[in-house]
Design a protein around this ligand. Sequence first.
Ligand SMILES: NC(=O)c1ccc[n+]([C@@H]2O[C@H](COP(=O)([O-])OP(=O)(O)OC[C@H]3O[C@@H](n4cnc5c(N)ncnc54)[C@H](O)[C@@H]3O)[C@@H](O)[C@H]2O)c1
Length: 379
Amino acid sequence: MKIQNITVLGSGVMGHGIAQVSATAGYNVVLRDIEQSFLDKAMDKIKWSLDKLVAKEKISKEEGDNIFSRITPIVDLKEAVKEAELVIEVVPEIMELKKKVYAELDQVAKPEVIFASNTSTLPITEIANTTSRPDKFIGIHFFNPPQLMKLVEVIPGEKTSESVIQLTKDYVQSVNKQAVLCRKDVPGFIINRLFIPMVHEACYSKDRTGASLEEIDSAVKFNLGFPMGIFELADFTGMDVIHKATSEMHLRDKKVIFPHPLVEKMFDDKKLGQKSGEGFYKYSDDKYERVELSEKLAINYNPIQLVANIINNAAWLITNGASDIVEIEKAAQLGLGLKKPLFETAKQIGIENIINELNSLAEKHGEFYKPDPLLFTMK
Ligand SMILES: NC(=O)c1ccc[n+]([C@@H]2O[C@H](COP(=O)([O-])OP(=O)(O)OC[C@H]3O[C@@H](n4cnc5c(N)ncnc54)[C@H](O)[C@@H]3O)[C@@H](O)[C@H]2O)c1
């Protein structure tokens, strides 16, 4: 099968970006939403983004016009999927809604059409099994904003066929992104399994050590090679996104996250991060603003607890056959912007020291911290 026609279901934050990158790669794209006014807004955003690329001379005016003309906004679902070989679903992260959307879609899409879900945290196999074609169902997790972020996690469900995995990886490459295969449909896939628990862990570490937000963030940035501090990254991502990912992941696996109550509280208090003007930090407007971090501040905080947490989750992914070190490092570099490989940081700190830290945390705070068996083989 050759993919030439793609339908994107949902034209919000992610959907309009996925439509744009697909059209840029030469695909004919139909963008579908439930109301014409949503599609009008999405098309305006795509136009604005393409105009910016033209102004920066990244593409010519003619290329911009051609890309835009390859995207057709359609509300009627049957009409929208008539020509599609691949449907990328980008509707809100609500299990019941996704299942309803797939029930409708399954009725109108030809049997050979591949369904790819951009879900961040919902189980692929469970959604796939509600359709008549679980062998043609796959997770395709773009990162925000899809126009810029190079990583796409590809997550097969239990019944996804090898040819669908290959076609999806080829599609990802064709839109100039890098696919990382998450071989098992595990809660959080790769990136969220590393990132979301670390936000909670940073809250615990702050409570336990008395370090300031800036001290912890400085150590994360300057010693662990993150592009920004973990609290900064959480504010940038949004507490609504983190809260949602937390509850979905924790619902399915109690071992993945040790939820810190502050995340829930901040969500309830609408302290959502940069978008609301306040998260862990305060922002004077909704524009991105850098917090003052420094190597001097980094000296005051030892980030071993955070490294222990992220490495333990990385080790879990390997032990459970979802990934391997090379793919995890690639995902962390492209998805989290890490400048230094995770396992290199761990080796510098010493795997033995990390195991000791986890054992000591497990003694004080429970089983959650128990070191993954893989770590003992890495000493
Ligand atoms: N926002 C992020 O940072 C991000 C990152 C990665 C993945 N995701 C995932 O992408 C998906 C969408 O997230 P988003 O942030 O773009 O949401 P969003 O709310 O911005 O957009 C969702 C769009 O889907 C539309 N929609 C609802 N029902 C529909 C239907 N039946 N058919 C077609 N469209 C329908 C809505 O009207 C809305 O325009 C979620 O699964 C989310 O977890 C989001």
